[in-house]
Design a protein. Structure first.
Length: 287
């Protein structure tokens, strides 16, 4: 039981730093984190996921550039639900290890000396984490925690891409979906339709009854002056967007103030959602 609880805890912290740091702060520049918070997030990503942030950012920006059309690295519309749900790590690595893709879509995230020494060696961070658990709790807790954490984090990450583009409500005109139950489990990432409607919003919750744990953490950091939110007012896109060439969408953020990092793809009719957006972009003020 102890090992399982430790594994679930590690996964939930992993979802939080993935969503707040890699997704909202790095990939979309929706929030700017302070130096100390950034340092903590880099260490946690390294120790809990083994992911190289600039590779993750490149894969995600390419996903937005080609959302649910040819070129999307992990679309269930193109590849099928089950392949994305359980094959997501393979699909991710196929793109993340492509140097040309990383150079194109994450050119604003150049490696520093800490990346070269530590953070580019993801396996080292994971070994350190489970070595600490072994030292304090023994090998049995370590094995169970490692197994549970691996399953929960990988299954949850797959669900964001698979369930989040397959089942759920579509209040805005894009193929991503909202699943409130999933959002509770994966740091708000289950409100995926909202995110694709307003990619640079630090909050994925557009209604008071939508709970976004990642936004709750960002709000706390902003309240304590450890984070700066880019947009306080958001205008979700409610009508089909016209995607430009990939270079005009999410091929990387140049130095200086970043531009809009993603064009929303709207390749299908609105699903029944209990409410229908107007033809004009609606405006929401973040709480």
């Amino acid at each position: 039981m102890t090992g399982a609880l430790v594994g679930i805890f590690l996964s939930e912290v992993g979802f939080l730093v993935t969503s707040v740091y890699m997704h909202r702060a790095l990939a979309h520049r929706a929030v700017r984190l302070s130096g100390p918070v950034t340092a903590i997030c880099r260490i946690l990503v390294w120790m809990l996921t083994g992911i190289c942030p600039r590779e993750w950012v490149a894969v995600h920006r390419k996903h937005h550039a080609f959302s649910d059309r040819d070129g999307d690295p992990h679309s269930p519309v193109l590849l099928g639900y089950w392949r994305v749900q359980w094959g997501n790590p393979v699909l991710y690595r196929r793109v993340a290890t492509d140097d040309a893709v990383v150079a194109r879509y994450a050119r604003d995230l150049q490696p520093d000396r800490f990346d070269r020494l530590f953070f580019d060696r993801g396996w080292l961070g994971l070994v350190l984490t489970f070595g600490i658990i072994f030292a304090f709790a023994g090998w049995q807790v370590m094995v169970v925690a490692a197994a549970v954490h691996s399953f929960v984090y990988l299954a949850g990450s797959g669900a964001i891409n698979a369930i989040g583009h397959h089942w759920g409500r579509r209040p805005y005109d894009n193929l991503a979906t909202n699943n409130r139950w999933l959002a509770l489990l994966v740091a708000g990432e289950g409100l995926h339709n909202n995110h694709h409607a307003a990619p640079t919003s630090a909050s994925f919750s557009f209604q008071r009854d939508q709970i976004d744990p990642g936004w709750l953490l960002i709000s706390l950091l902003a309240h304590t002056h450890l984070a700066t939110v880019r947009h306080r007012e958001i205008r979700p896109r409610t009508s089909p967007g016209v995607p430009g060439p990939p270079d005009a969408e999410t091929t990387g953020v140049p130095p200086g103030e970043p531009s809009e990092p993603a064009v929303v793809q709207t390749l299908g009719p609105l699903a029944a959602s209990g409410s229908s957006p107007s033809n004009r972009s609606s405006e929401h003020r973040l709480p």
